[in-house]
Design a protein around this ligand. Structure first.
Ligand code: DBV
Length: 245
């Protein structure tokens, strides 16, 4: 059973339909990684597959898909815009662990000022409000993560697969469509001061995510420290390395 495969298939199809998509390089050895966990009856293969794309306005579109049986399924799907657009990040963290599901879906803002919210939060508020009614708030999350979320942050911990397959899937589709509408409308930023602000905001976000990646523990247990750190800094959150080149 792969709970999040339909999400991934839907997203890739939609991106192919709506963008001029090309491949984004995945470092060698990170396209797919397998291991076996547990012993005897508890033996379980865990496969992590990576996907990477880019388009003229989007620097990196990438997904990490972890499949390890009924009690370990993860799809982390993030879109990082080019540095000369003020677009938010598209962020989906869809996680299934033995205790249940953990769903985070957002268009993560570069800035929190009024104009930025008018541009990138206001238009999706109706979608957010519609789903928020059916998805209970997921409770506490790290205080230091708060600056990186928008007022349209969908954050929930459903117990049932059915909720994920229906309401969450539908929210994911609506958010992705709305995001691609933003991408379509987005115009190049040329003002030097604004470009500097965008670069700083992108770095803050990426550094935070690379440092605090909640999947670090899981990946380290599965595949070891070296593979995990290289995966995080060399693929999942790779902006710093790309800037040095
Ligand atoms: N999260 C990632 C990547 C993952 C991933 C790249 C490839 O950023 C998976 C995999 N997220 C993942 C896993 C867990 C979480 C949890 C495996 C469970 C960790 C565990 O319980 O062991 C949103 N994801 C979480 C949590 C939050 C998020 C708030 C709970 C963490 C906690 O309670 O400490 N998404 C996450 C986040 C940001 C975001 C913090 C910040 C901007 O976009």
């Amino acid at each position: 059973m792969s709970l999040y495969q339909p999400f991934l298939d839907y997203a890739i199809n939609l991106l192919q339909e709506r963008l001029e998509l090309k491949d984004y390089p995945i470092p060698e050895g990170f396209e797919q990684k397998k291991t076996i966990t547990g012993k005897g009856k508890k033996e379980q293969e865990v496969v992590t597959t990576s996907y990477g794309f880019a388009s003229p306005k989007l620097r990196q579109i990438r997904a990490a898909h972890v499949e390890g049986g009924n009690s370990l399924q993860v799809l982390n799907f993030v879109i990082f815009p080019e540095l000369n657009y003020d677009l938010p990040f598209f962020g989906a963290d869809l996680v299934t662990l033995p205790g249940g599901h953990l769903i985070a879906l957002d268009m993560q803002p570069l800035f929190h000022d009024y104009d930025y919210e008018q541009k990138y939060t206001q238009p999706i508020l109706p979608i957010f409000e519609q789903y928020q009614q059916d998805l209970e708030w997921g409770g506490d999350f790290p205080e230091e993560a708060k600056p990186f979320f928008s007022p349209c942050f969908l954050w929930t911990r459903p117990q049932k697969n059915e909720i994920v397959e229906t309401i969450v899937f539908s929210a994911f589709k609506d958010y992705l469509h709305a995001y691609l509408d933003f991408v379509k409308q987005a115009e190049k930023i040329t003002d030097d001061n604004r470009l500097t602000e965008i670069l700083e905001a992108q770095k803050r976000y990426l550094n935070y995510r690379a440092q605090k990646d909640p999947a670090r523990g899981m990946f380290t247990r599965l595949y070891g420290t070296q593979w995990t750190e290289e995966y995080i800094h060399g693929f999942l959150f790779d902006l710093e390395r790309k800037l040095v080149k």
